[in-house]
Design a protein around this ligand. Structure first.
Ligand code: HEM
Length: 328
């Protein structure tokens, strides 16, 4: 049995881990929710059994969370009095995975009520998603809090599918990400799907040229044209290994098989510094995985602006009713 001395020590450590918001750390829930990794692993594994895009949906949610007001779970908030949901902004139109987050949240509330933030659920489930799909494993810094506001206009930080390389770089640089981060993080398009509406503009009258996008392989274009019977139809980002987290995204770019214009721009823009990075990752999966981990941790470190009230939400879709326990 633990001695009173040990118990006191554990309480002090737990308190320290749970109160140091300034710096995220991997042991944040070590004492308050030690089962967290197992819970997330279990729920995501189960989700993947019936939905082979579950992993892709979760990491995309984390990206859209962090790029708007930092990683604060704001992307998950639905419309409510005082909340202008980010989900209704065009860049989040059709974003999915909220149901999987609900399931993870329900389990964490069962085992460690009121402890685990929704923002942390997105961060840790992204890591587990990548790992379960064959990608790298890494230690996720934790301790984020959930915002009590959404920032709908802030969704303009998110890049669009027809973005030029300059546009992509500008949006990433604004948040502290360089070309290597941009290329590495875009590698998440190695799994998941995109609706046809985001790339059919490349088929015929690309940028009002009256011709198809010259950086889209013609045979691949015709396959996509056949598939896209409606604009809502979804195509695999990676036609070779659609559910696997691997370096195939970059080999596809070398073969002019990037699905979105924004993907292909990374390789096909003349004289771009990103071309060599794509080639390197296409040749060397270890280099891609190593950089992906670095860039994901960097993305997960994006902080909300100071002074925003935050809390651990009990339901990821809405702020808590009572604001007595919120923190700044
Ligand atoms: C670089 C600029 C990026 C652009 C322009 C972009 C754009 C898009 C678009 C248009 C879709 C399809 C959405 C739909 O059909 O509803 C998509 C899906 C996806 N994005 Fe990105 N994205 C970018 C970067 C990222 C990053 C940094 C990540 C994660 C680290 C990411 C992860 C994903 C995943 C996994 C999907 C598939 C989701 C699913 O199957 O539901 N994307 N992205």
């Amino acid at each position: 049995m633990a001695s009173p001395k040990h118990t006191a020590f554990a309480v002090v450590v737990a308190f320290m881990l749970a109160t140091t918001h300034a710096q995220l750390n991997p042991f944040y829930y070590a004492l308050t929710c030690p089962l967290l990794p197992g819970i997330v692993l279990d729920v995501v594994s189960r989700a993947l059994k019936t939905d082979d895009r579950a992993a892709a949906k979760l990491i995309r949610l984390h990206f859209h969370d962090c790029f708007v007001n930092g990683c604060d779970g704001s992307v998950l908030l639905e419309n409510a009095p005082g909340i202008d949901s980010e989900l209704n902004a065009p860049p989040n139109d059709g974003i999915q995975g909220g149901d999987i987050v609900d399931n993870i949240k329900a389990e964490t509330e069962r085992f460690c009520p009121g402890v685990v933030s929704c923002a942390d659920i997105l961060a840790i489930s992204s890591q587990i998603s990548v790992f379960l799909s064959g990608g790298p494993i890494w230690v996720v810094p934790l301790g984020r809090k959930d915002s009590r506001i959404a920032n709908r206009t802030g969704t303009s930080n998110l890049p669009g599918p027809s973005e030029t390389l300059k546009g992509l770089k500008d949006k990433f640089e604004a948040l502290g990400f360089d070309s290597t981060d941009l290329v590495a993080l875009s590698g998440a398009h190695t799994f998941g799907k995109s609706r046809c509406m985001f790339f059919t503009g490349r088929f015929d009258n690309f940028n009002n040229t009256g011709r198809p996008d010259p950086t889209l392989d013609p045979a691949y274009r015709e396959q996509l044209r056949q598939l896209c019977t409606t604009q809502q139809t979804r195509a695999n980002f990676d036609p070779t290994t659609p559910t696997k987290f691997d370096k195939a995204y970059y080999s596809n770019l070398l073969n002019l098989k990037g699905l979105l214009q924004s993907d292909q721009e990374l390789f096909s823009t003349p004289r771009a510094d990103t071309t060599a990075i794509v080639k390197n990752f296409a040749a060397n999966e270890r280099a891609f995985f190593k950089q992906f981990v670095k860039s994901m941790i960097k993305m997960g470190n994006l902080k909300p602006p100071s002074g925003i009230r935050s809390e651990v939400r009990l339901n990821c879709r809405r702020v808590n009713a009572a604001s007595g326990h919120d923190v700044m």
